[in-house]
Design a protein around this ligand. Structure first.
Ligand code: AKG
Ligand code: FE2
Length: 230
């Protein structure tokens, strides 16, 4: 990842990064583009305010499965927990139009989705205004860059490493970035075009921590969308 030094933090040469962000897989760009095209056909009301968009689940779910089943993600050291104990998956689809503002520095572990929501499409508004109730156990965040990197300006996914250095994630379409959910990160304002991302969260299930790893073949419908059953 590209590295820049923060204004307020001295970069420490050679500092160890215990749970460094990982860029671990490329999702097929054509799949991303098809997904973005489908998302663009939704009406604003269907895309608004974080309500579940159930019929986007299929394509989103395929990408979620592809991302979180990659061996490098499965092998990620997650606060000492083996990932087979951390297979409770949530995901959301985010759309960042030019007026979406900035997703400020945050940890994902303290921002939650309601149990049972897989795919959400957020059309506008500052992302950190729609935090839901706390969900314990979220330990890995997996982001998928779904838009062509040159189709928008701004919208950089930035992550702070243990030394406070700001890492800027690759913008290339189909890039998957996995980070410890407790790691500070943000998305800078989009100043041209639209950025669409999918964000998946893996955590410890409150019921069923011993489930096997996620596979693409097991899903269960819930009232407000789909939850992936690992
Ligand atoms: O859009 C992204 O790449 C990251 C979004 C994010 O960090 C979040 O929704 O919590
Ligand atoms: Fe986040």
């Amino acid at each position: 990842m590209e590295q820049t030094t923060t204004d307020d933090t001295e970069r420490t040469e050679g500092a160890s990064v215990e749970t460094a962000p990982a860029v671990i897989q490329w999702i097929d760009p054509d799949l991303c583009r098809a997904f973005v095209d489908a998302a663009g056909e939704r009406t604003p009301s269907e895309q608004h305010d974080g309500r579940p968009v159930a019929d986007l689940d299929g394509a989103a779910a395929e990408m979620v499965y592809a991302a979180v089943s990659h061996p490098a993600v499965r092998a990620a050291p997650l606060l000492g927990a083996p990932l087979h104990e951390a297979n409770f998956i949530y995901g959301k689809v985010l759309e960042y139009p030019t007026d979406s503002g900035e997703l400020g520095w945050h940890f994902d572990a303290d921002v939650a989705l309601t149990d049972g929501q897989l795919a959400l499409l957020i059309r506008s508004g500052r992302m950190h205004q729609w935090q839901a109730e706390e969900m314990r156990g979220r330990i890995l965040s997996v982001m998928i860059q779904c838009s062509d990197g040159d189709s928008y300006d701004g919208g950089d996914l930035q992550i702070k490493d243990d030394a406070g250095t700001v890492l800027t994630a690759p913008r290339d379409i189909g890039t998957v970035i996995a980070i410890d959910s407790h790691r500070l990160h943000r998305v800078t304002p989009v100043t041209r075009g639209t950025r669409i991302s999918i964000v998946c969260f893996l955590g410890r299930s409150p019921r069923g921590a011993d489930r096997p790893p996620a596979s693409g073949s097991e899903r269960r419908k819930t009232g407000s969308g789909e939850r992936l059953v690992a």
